[in-house]
Design a protein around this ligand. Structure first.
Ligand code: TYC
Length: 102
């Protein structure tokens, strides 16, 4: 039969299991060279934004230096950042994308 210590660590494990996963903001950074149209297309493609929303976020990044594209679990955020970095690299644009825990 389980002793008190085992019972305690089972309760701890259950508490951990029931916590929502940590969430991550995916951030887009401004630069002076990436064309605005390209950024809008990336936001539409990778983050499923409408053209209007993508234009709004692109202009926010352009004016404020940085903007949030969305909030995701770690795996999804990593995949989004990778997609943006990969598309930018393939088109030889310096567009930067990163993530941070909320
Ligand atoms: N600043 C860029 C320009 O004037 C446009 C731009 C917007 C670039 C957002 C990157 O994340 C970015 N062409």
């Amino acid at each position: 039969m389980a002793n008190q210590q085992q019972h305690g660590s089972l309760l701890e494990a259950e508490k951990t299991r029931l916590q929502p996963p940590p969430m991550y903001k995916v951030l887009l950074l401004n630069d002076d060279y990436t064309p605005m149209d390209f950024v809008v297309t990336v936001l539409q493609t990778v983050f499923a934004m409408s053209r209007e929303k993508a234009t709004y976020v692109m202009l926010q990044v352009h004016r404020q230096g940085m903007g949030v594209c969305g909030t995701y679990t770690r795996e999804v955020a990593v995949a989004k950042v990778d997609q943006v970095v990969d598309i930018a690299r393939r088109h030889q644009h310096p567009l930067q994308c990163t993530m941070e825990e909320t």
